[in-house]
Design a protein around this ligand. Structure first.
Ligand code: DON
Length: 307
């Protein structure tokens, strides 16, 4: 086992001095206030040991990383039928793009672009009401992380609901194709709230453990998903988890990862570790600039890669 603590301490030091930190997301006003100097990392190893450096216990907005958890729930509810409503191919387009939807009859390319995640939220909503569904998502994430302190940041949820015009457009557009079944505002309500989940790197890395453990919850020994489903969620994270930057992330880091515009990344090394990093500055594709660098350094130093 490599000396994880030493490796992440060295990474945290490098990141603290990095001159180019990217730009914080400013299209969601509540996120524009976050200090780009902040950084945290947490690694939960396969044997359960947790290694942290930087502000690993500071909560941040997980944003699109929530799409991993709602995809897991939607697959539990709809099973394979989900794939009639959302594809499994990288889009090569921005996370909030609408262009492919017209050509592809309202079927989003994958569950991690915003359009795909909105369909997934509609599936998770099912016949329920938005409030109860948001509660269900929160309980699921708390269960995965073994941590009841996880909460939704209402300021972020409200900020996004007031300014999320692109998501409103995407949801309405898919509704016109019949690919949003519930009321558009209900699917959006679920989506905005799941994106506003506030979690620390430690909590996020804990919540990702089942994907590093063939679908098992290591705390309870109970199965969250089958080994095959865990493998497939990891495959989607690798191919689509960083949108039009997924190829670059796979090239540089070589492990499944899901980013969010809050600057977090959840990365899974099957059989080895669940990792979360946070650095709020984003690159031009909306993925954490220094979070990606930190993971690149970590995979270089440990040899962790799926290749
Ligand atoms: O819908 C949005 O635009 C945000 N709530 C989430 C986007 C996001 O995190 C993209 N990830 N890098």
């Amino acid at each position: 086992m490599p000396d994880i603590q030493r490796i992440i301490d060295t990474i945290a030091e490098e990141i603290a001095g990095a001159p180019h930190r990217g730009r914080v997301a400013d299209y969601i006003p509540a996120l524009a206030k976050v200090d780009p100097m902040r950084f945290g990392i947490a690694v939960v190893a396969a044997d359960g040991r947790v290694f942290t450096a930087g502000e690993a216990d500071a909560a941040f907005s997980i944003q699109s990383i929530s799409k991993v958890f709602t995809l897991t729930m939607a697959l539990g509810k709809a099973g394979q039928a989900l794939w009639k409503r959302v594809g499994r191919e990288p889009s090569g387009s921005a996370f909030n793009s609408i262009v492919q939807l017209e050509q592809e009859h309202g079927i989003p390319r994958n569950p991690f672009i915003n359009a795909g995640a909105l369909v997934v939220s509609d599936v998770v909503l099912g016949g329920g009401d938005p409030r109860a569904t948001i509660g269900e998502i929160l309980r699921f994430v708390r269960y995965l992380a073994d941590d009841d302190a996880i909460a939704i940041d209402m300021d972020v949820a409200g900020s996004e609901a007031r300014t999320g015009f692109r998501n409103v457009a995407l949801a309405n557009y898919m509704k016109a194709f019949g690919n949003i079944e519930r009321r558009v505002e209900d699917a959006l309500n679920v989506y905005f709230n799941q994106c506003a989940l506030a979690m620390s790197c430690r909590q996020l890395a804990m919540a990702g453990r089942f994907l590093a453990h063939d679908g098992m919850h290591p705390g309870t020994g109970r199965r969250v998903v089958s080994a095959l489903r865990a493998r497939r969620i990891n495959a989607l994270m690798l191919t689509c988890g960083h949108y039009d930057g997924s190829g670059e992330f796979a090239f540089r880091v070589g492990i499944p990862g899901k980013s969010g515009v809050g600057g977090g990344i959840l990365a899974i090394v099957p059989g080895e570790a669940s990792i979360a990093v946070w650095s709020p500055g984003l690159n031009e594709r909306g993925n954490s600039q220094l979070g990606s660098l930190a993971l690149e350094r970590l995979s270089d130093a440990t040899g962790w890669s799926v290749f």
